[in-house]
Design a protein around this ligand. Structure first.
Ligand SMILES: Cc1cc2nc3c(=O)[nH]c(=O)nc-3n(C[C@H](O)[C@H](O)[C@H](O)COP(=O)(O)OP(=O)(O)OC[C@H]3O[C@@H](n4cnc5c(N)ncnc54)[C@H](O)[C@@H]3O)c2cc1C
Length: 289
């Protein structure tokens, strides 16, 4: 049996040092709900596991004085759901993260792990793209920031450089009249992978959309920012014509696979349908704020 070394550093510098020293033979462990499954299946065989759940910066949630949020990469969905303010300000991001798996999975699974796993169907990713999340990455060459939509590189791949760790993500302060939502389509009622996932974030002023972002998942090799859909919504009062144009932009952005869980035609149509439904929820929430 191959021996695996497990370490749980207390600081980011220690974790980065150990990751670099392992020269590609280590894996970062957040909740382990992807990593351990992949290890059991023999897909990955790390020599060292670096658990980042003992590090303050990867496990904290902080509301900034301006009203933004800094969330550590290894914060679990369950912990995020218990935060007194996060779900009020970013209900769509929270509902996307809380759709991951079951109650048991929620106790471990982190949005950071969801991002780093690189699945085009990762549920938190379209919502984080809609939210305009900025990622903080740190590695042997220092710290850098990246908009979340630039992070996925393809199925199972990200733009993390060798030795880099995702430290966390920042969500910006929200103007009054802003909210967000996430919906996914799955063939079963729960515990399934999205066939399509849509995140929408909106700001409304007197009923007119003044800002919008749309994230689209499970319909292309990476989760997508659909700028054309957002453009169709901005300046509108969410009339049918604007919603039809935004839905068409989502369908046009699709480059899906054809598999037993959804054909290309089905996924492409559902992307437009979900855009309308998700926008309606985000707008209704924004109208209350
Ligand atoms: C039963 C079950 C149901 C599931 N349901 C869903 C679902 O509905 N939707 C969905 O999207 N996913 C689902 N998943 C997949 C998984 O739970 C999620 O992707 C989860 O968010 C992964 O987070 P984690 O903290 O467990 O990641 P981990 O397993 O700890 O890590 C995942 C990968 O990212 C790397 N990594 C983790 N954190 C970092 C970091 N900070 N920096 C660099 N690399 C890092 C790890 O090395 C590993 O390769 C399910 C999994 C299971 C077992």
């Amino acid at each position: 049996m191959t021996e695996i070394r497990y370490i749980a550093p207390q600081t980011l510098d220690e974790a980065i040092g150990a990751y670099a020293a392992a020269a590609g033979a280590a894996r970062i462990l957040a909740g382990g709900t992807d990593l351990l499954v992949q290890m059991r299946a023999g897909v990955v065989q790390p020599g060292t596991i670096i658990d980042i759940k003992k590090i303050a910066e990867t496990t904290g949630i902080e509301e900034t004085p301006e009203g933004g949020f800094r969330v550590g990469a290894a914060v679990s969905g369950a912990v995020l759901a218990e935060h007194p303010r996060f779900g009020t300000v970013w209900p769509g991001v929270l509902e996307a993260i809380n759709l991951i798996g079951s109650t048991q999975v929620q106790g471990r699974a982190s949005p950071g792990g969801n991002l780093c796993n690189g699945s085009p169907a990762g549920d938190s990713v379209p919502a984080m793209i809609a939210a305009g999340a900025i990622l903080t990455l740190q590695g042997p060459n220092g710290r850098r920031e990246m908009p979340v939509e630039a992070f996925p590189a393809g199925p199972g791949r990200t733009h993390l450089a060798p030795g880099e760790i995702l430290v966390g993500f920042t969500l910006p302060p929200r103007p009054k009249g802003s909210s967000d939502a996430y919906l996914r389509m799955i063939p079963r009622t729960e515990m399934d992978i999205a066939v399509v996932g849509v995140g929408v974030s909106l700001t409304l002023e007197n009923g007119t959309v003044t800002a919008a972002r749309v994230g689209l998942g499970a319909v292309a090799p990476t989760v997508l920012l659909v700028a054309d859909a957002a453009r169709a919504l901005i300046g509108s009062k969410l009339e049918d014509a604007a919603l039809d144009a935004a839905a068409a932009a989502c369908s046009a952005a699709c480059k899906p696979i054809d598999d037993k869980r959804g054909t290309i035609v089905y996924r492409t149509r559902v992307a437009g349908v979900l855009l309308k439904r998700t926008t309606a929820i985000a707008a209704e929430r924004a109208g209350r704020i």
